[in-house]
Design a protein around this ligand. Structure first.
Ligand code: ASP
Length: 337
């Protein structure tokens, strides 16, 4: 009997500590070397406004009783259309100066998932990922096949130049300059341009969202242009289910950071596995994964949300654009450590 009382008390305290969030959304706009001293007040304001808009878009879906998947899609659409983020318009460039986009969504209740990778003409990759999940027999489509599929489902197709932005172009030029300097110094004749770019410290900027709706259902989504100077055909963690994106009935996760490490660490699923097999709370599980990624030599962060509305946003970079909105409509945004 005593045990029962203690249990009830602990449960009650838990729900008080975390607030009784019946519906919640958490988003990220990428992790990386985001330092206050490198940011002008105008830039910071622009990021805060963009994150707020994305949260509001997701929140209005949740408030209206729509699914967490609708909320995730709505929030990510706002960020894909905003050139500040490395997703949709504003995506980073490959070594050849192209934009190749990856995205995924996952629906917690059934673990249905959809992803597209390496696409160059789909205006909103997150919509295409959702279409793969809902309107195909498959989980992942890449390149031309994904584009033909998206067009056949009536999604907007754009010229590859739609994704071009000056700031991302300059970022590629900077990396290429550093790269040629490095290869000159190395004299080893081994021009591993993408490795050099990938080891350099810079903002990543992928976007992601996780949400819990009024019916207690979780969903996750991630969308990205990948990493500046990536090799033609390189696919990151974002569209790989279990690496950059994952959702089941207990937890939804979206990652950002150095994708190769998140793939090798099966980062998103590791959070879910710890929760399922070890009963680990979401905050500890997510932190443990980011710590592991760090030990492997990678960096980045993630957002995770459990079915009780508890959220985690760990990262091991200088900053991560992130925000959350709870049932009351109260929005919280943070950028730095
Ligand atoms: N994780 C992404 C990738 O490796 C990059 C990012 O998060 O910005 O493609």
């Amino acid at each position: 009997m005593n045990y029962l009382y203690t249990l009830i008390l602990v449960l009650a305290m838990n729900s008080m500590a975390f607030g009784q969030a019946r519906y919640v959304m958490v988003i990220h706009g990428g992790a990386g070397t985001i330092l206050k001293e490198n940011m002008t007040p105008d830039q910071e304001r622009a990021f805060r406004e963009a994150l707020t808009q994305a949260l509001q878009a997701g929140y209005s879906q949740l408030q209206a009783g729509k699914s967490s998947l609708d909320a995730v899609e709505a929030a990510i659409l706002v960020m894909e259309d905003n050139p500040l983020f490395n997703a949709g318009k504003g995506a980073v460039f490959t070594h050849e100066g192209k934009n190749e986009l990856d995205a995924a969504v996952m629906w917690g209740p059934t673990q249905a998932a959809g992803a597209i990778a390496g696409v160059t003409t789909i205006r909103n990759p997150i919509k295409a990922a959702r279409a793969v999940m809902e309107q195909s027999e498959h989980v992942m489509l890449t390149g031309r096949g994904a584009e033909v599929f998206a067009a056949s489902k009536g999604l907007e197709i754009v010229e590859p130049s739609y994704f071009w932005t000056e700031s991302r172009w300059k970022a590629l030029e900077r990396v290429l300059r550093r790269d040629s300097l490095k290869t000159q110094l190395d004299h080893d004749g081994n021009n591993q341009s993408s490795n050099i770019a990938l080891t350099n410290d810079y903002k990543y900027g992928t976007v992601g969202a996780v949400a819990l709706d009024k019916a207690g259902r979780l969903a996750a989504g991630t969308s990205t242009g990948g990493m500046t100077n990536k090799q033609y055909g390189r696919i990151g963690d974002a569209p790989i289910i279990g690496a950059g994106t994952y959702a089941n009935q207990r937890v939804a996760i979206s990652c950002t950071g150095w994708g190769e490490f998140f793939i090798r660490g099966i980062a998103a699923y590791d959070v879910a596995a710890q929760m399922e097999y070890g009963n680990t709370p979401v905050v500890q599980a997510a932190s443990a994964v980011i710590e592991k990624i760090g030990k492997m030599g990678g960096d980045g962060g993630m957002i995770a949300l459990d079915s009780a509305g508890n959220m985690a946003m760990p990262f091991n970079t200088a900053g991560m654009y992130r925000g959350a909105v709870t049932e009351s409509g109260e929005i919280e945004i943070a950028i730095y450590k």
